[in-house]
Design a protein around this ligand. Sequence first.
Ligand code: SF4
Ligand SMILES: [Zn+2]
Ligand SMILES: [Zn+2]
Length: 312
Amino acid sequence: MNCTRCKLKAVMKLPRHNAAFCKACFNDFTHDQVGRAIRSESMFAKGDRILVAVSGGKDSLALWHILLTLGYPADALYVNLGIPGYSERSQEKVSRYAESVAVPLGATLHFHTVEKEEGAGIRELAQLVHRPTCSTCGTIKRYQFNRAAIEHEYDVMATGHNLDDEAARLLGNVLHWQTEYLDKQGPSLPASVDGFAKKVKPLYRLTERELAAYCVLNKIDYIVDECPMAQGARTLLYKDVLNRLETESPGTKQYFYWGFLDKQRKKEPGHAAMAEKDQTMLHPCSTCGQPTTADVCSYCKLIARAKNEVSR
Ligand code: SF4
Ligand SMILES: [Zn+2]
Ligand SMILES: [Zn+2]
């Protein structure tokens, strides 16, 4: 099997593009896909300060690496969730990448430790407030990433969501006709109000398999295991179904998700109206000052509830 572009020996086959690439051409392909995503969705410009949400997994470390390689000033934030056996290993991967590659290139790695700042690990907090672990985790991560982005004055926050993640999420939203979530699903969500950072997903044109290959080829060491809390999650089932369709008919995932994005773009005026509506409904949380639709934001409510339970 030879490289479609330069005819040297190929190391990676890409059925959805009917192509095969050597290492150099595969890296070019990957960087080009990210560049296209950034430009077509107006995610950020050269000189904008970017904060990458890193978990130690392949996607977020690949994203940090690609942005630095493309010459963007990208720092990162790692949130240690306090999951025994998993958080230590994922933090180690992030720290090692930062020390060996990112920091020498001038980047900064910020840390947030849930056990230290919120008083208990994510599982204990979820038990205290009687909520599923992943929903508690989502509230804390969203809050801390947004807060760090605003406090350190980043222009935009980037996450490592890939084509598989976005197609699976779309499938879930369509299966349950969650139209309000469909309207908010996209690779570039503007900062609708002061106090909310702009959020972008520059990897939405690349699959999990391609990002794993990118890490291996570029010697980026990542945590292979999924978070133990993800077991049994619906998203994994949707990904499996989409992978089976992709094997039978290469390109299905991208047609599904990119087709959705094309349709959404044609509805842009509706989106602008929605952002305006959000703006009028949001005001500073009376406890922490972050924007919220209620008097107290969901993060402050969660922490107050957990503290109440402990003191009972
Ligand atoms: S699987 Fe759940 S607990 Fe683990 S990182 Fe994801 S949202 Fe958080
Ligand atoms: Zn080549
Ligand atoms: Zn608050």
